[in-house]
Design a protein around this ligand. Structure first.
Ligand code: ADP
Ligand code: MG
Ligand code: ZN
Length: 474
C-alpha cells in the first residue's frame, strides 16, 4: 500500500500585553515584577458595584497594532466571557467577540509568504496564579497564591488564519509579529516575562486534501523554542494517531517542556460554554476616521522594510544579520555609518556580532568614530582582532580609534620590519618555505602564526600574507 503523506495546518493566537501606563478599566499602574497585590483596586479586583472606565491609550494602541497588521479598524463593542477562575474574581472576562476592533489583516513573512490575520481584539488580562509545589502545576501542588497585579492589564489577541505550514514558519510568524509590535512601541514583546504568549492550533491532513483535519490547541507557549518543539511534537503525535486508525480528538493540550510532550487539558465535550453577552457597563468604541488616520500616519517604518534597506546595500544579502541589527534598533546608525563611507558588508558583520552586546554604548558613540574604526579594519591597517580590541577601548574612552590603536601599539609595524622578520623565519624553516613555494596553502597559517608570535599579535595577517606572496614571486 502506498504510504500516506500528511501536512500540518497551523493557526496561532498571540496575546500581548499593552505598554499603557495604567490598566484597561481603572487607574491602577500597569507594571511587571512589583510586589504582589500592590497595583489593585475594587475595579480590577471585580468587587460588586465597581464600574469599568475604558482606557483611551489602550484603544489607540490596539488600533495601531491593527493598522500595523494591515487590518481594517472598526467600531467595536465588548462582551462578557463568563467562567469561574480564582484569578478572575468577577467570574467573567471582558473581551471582544463578534465585533472586534481590528479585522481582515495580514502579516508578510517575506516576499513570497503572507499569513492572514483574521482579527486582533482587545481584552483584559487575568491575575496570576502560582501553584505551590514541585512542578508548579495544579495536580501536584499543595496550594496556590494569587497576584492580582496583572488583572485588568490591557491585552490584544491576534488571531492568524490557519495558513501556517510548519513549526519553523510559526516561529517566523511570531518573530515577525513580535518585531512589528515592538516597532509600534505598544508592547515590549517579552515572551520570557509573559507579555507575549502564544496558543498554537495544530491539525494535519492528507496532502492534497482541501478539508482541514481536527485541531488541538496547545496553550501558553512562552518561548520560540517551546513553540517549535510543541508544534513538531503535536504534528507527529496526530499523524501517529491517524496511522493507528484512530481519530484526533478536538481538545486543549498543555506543552510539558521537561517531558517534551503535549498532554490533554480539557476536551471539547468539557469545553467551556462562555455565554458571551454584551458588556452592559460599556458603550460602543469608535475612534473615528480622523484618529484612525492620525494613528496610521504615526506608525513607524516596519521591520521588514528596515531590513530591506540594509539588504539593498549588500552584495551578498544576509537576512539573519539584518534581522539582528533591526531587532537591536541599530539599523539607523548602520545606514548612517555606511553613508559616511564604511563598507556595508563589514559594518553589518560587526554591528550584528561584536557591537550587538553593547547597544547603548554604541548608540552613544559618534558615527564618525565607528566609520574610522571600520575603515581601519577594511584597509587592513588593523586586523580583525586588533579592531575588536580598539572597539573595546572606544566604549570607555573618548579617544579616536587611531589614537587608541597607536596607544595599544597596533599598526606600528612597518612593512620593512615585517619583511626582515619574515626573512629570518624563512631561513629558519626552509622545509615550510619550500612547501609554501610549491603552493601548499596550509603552511600560510604557519608563517602567519610565527610572525604573530614574534610580534605578540601586533602584525596584520593580511599584510603578512601579501609580503609572503611577494617574496615567493621575487
Ligand atoms: P475558537 O474561537 O474556537 O478559538 P477560531 O475559529 O477563532 O476558533 O480559531 C482559532 C484559531 O485556530 C485560529 O488561529 C485559526 O487559524 C486556528 N484554526 C482553526 N481551525 C484550524 C484547523 N483545522 N487547524 C489548525 N488551526 C486551525
Ligand atoms: Mg481561541
Ligand atoms: Zn485597579
Amino acid at each position: 500500500m502506498e504510504e500516506e503523506v500528511y501536512e500540518p495546518v497551523i493557526g496561532l493566537e498571540v496575546h500581548c500585553e499593552l505598554k499603557t501606563i495604567t490598566k484597561l478599566w481603572c487607574g491602577c499602574k500597569n507594571e511587571f515584577g512589583v510586589e504582589p497585590n500592590t497595583n489593585i483596586c475594587p475595579v480590577c479586583l471585580g468587587l460588586p458595584g465597581s464600574l469599568p472606565v475604558l482606557n483611551e491609550q489602550a484603544v489607540k494602541f490596539a488600533a495601531m497594532i491593527g493598522l500595523a497588521l494591515n487590518c481594517e479598524v472598526k467600531p467595536s463593542i465588548f462582551h462578557r466571557k463568563n467562567y469561574f477562575y480564582p484569578d478572575m474574581p468577577k467570574d467573567f472576562q471582558i473581551s471582544q467577540y463578534d465585533q472586534p476592533i481590528n479585522v481582515n489583516g495580514f502579516l508578510k513573512l517575506d516576499k513570497n509568504v503572507t499569513i492572514g490575520v483574521v482579527r486582533a481584539h482587545m481584552e483584559e488580562d487575568t491575575g496570576k496564579t502560582t501553584h505551590i509545589g514541585s512542578s508548579g502545576r495544579i495536580h501536584e501542588s499543595s496550594g496556590a497564591s494569587i497576584d492580582y497585579n496583572r488583572a485588568g492589564v490591557p491585552l490584544v489577541e491576534i488571531v492568524s488564519a490557519p495558513e501556517i505550514k510548519s513549526a519553523e514558519e510559526a516561529k517566523k510568524y511570531v518573530s515577525e509579529l513580535r518585531a512589528i509590535l515592538v516597532a509600534t512601541n505598544t508592547t515590549d514583546g517579552k515572551m520570557e516575562e509573559g507579555s507575549m504568549r502564544v496558543d498554537a492550533n495544530v491539525s494535519v491532513r492528507k496532502i492534497g486534501s482541501i478539508e482541514f483535519g481536527t485541531r488541538t490547541e496547545i496553550k501558553n507557549l512562552n518561548s520560540l523554542r517551546s513553540l517549535v518543539r510543541a508544534i513538531d511534537y503535536e504534528i507527529s503525535r496526530q499523524i501517529n494517531v491517524i496511522k493507528n486508525g484512530e481519530k484526533v480528538k478536538q481538545e486543549t493540550r498543555h506543552w510539558n517542556e521537561d517531558a517534551s510532550t503535549t498532554v490533554p487539558l480539557r476536551s471539547k465535550e468539557e469545553a467551556d460554554d462562555y455565554r458571551y453577552f454584551p458588556e452592559p457597563d460599556l458603550v460602543e468604541v469608535d475612534l473615528g476616521n480622523d484618529i484612525v488616520r492620525q494613528l496610521k500616519q504615526s506608525l513607524p517604518v516596519m521591520p521588514l522594510e528596515r531590513r530591506q534597506r540594509i539588504i539593498e546595500l549588500l552584495k551578498n544579502p544576509n537576512e539573519d544579520s539584518a534581522f539582528i541589527v533591526v531587532d537591536l534598533d541599530l539599523d539607523g546608525l548602520l545606514l548612517e555609518v555606511v553613508k559616511q563611507g564604511a563598507d556595508a558588508e563589514l559594518a553589518l558583520k560587526r554591528f550584528s556580532n561584536e557591537f550587538a552586546g553593547y547597544v547603548e554604548e554604541v548608540k552613544a558613540l559618534q558615527p564618525e568614530r565607528l566609520v574610522e574604526l571600520l575603515n581601519l579594519e577594511q584597509t587592513g591597517q588593523l586586523s580583525a582582532t586588533q579592531a575588536k580590541a580598539v572597539f573595546a577601548e572606544m566604549l570607555t574612552t573618548k579617544s579616536s580609534p587611531s589614537q587608541i590603536s597607536t596607544g595599544l601599539g597596533f599598526g606600528g609595524l612597518e612593512d620593512s620590519e615585517l619583511s626582515e622578520l619574515l626573512k629570518g623565519i624563512i631561513s629558519n624553516c626552509p622545509n615550510e618555505w619550500n612547501r609554501f613555494k610549491d603552493g601548499d596553502g596550509k603552511v600560510q597559517q604557519f608563517f602567519i602564526g610565527q610572525v604573530m608570535k614574534a610580534t605578540k599579535g601586533q602584525a596584520n595577517g593580511k599584510v603578512v600574507l601579501s609580503l609572503l606572496e611577494a617574496m615567493k614571486n621575487s
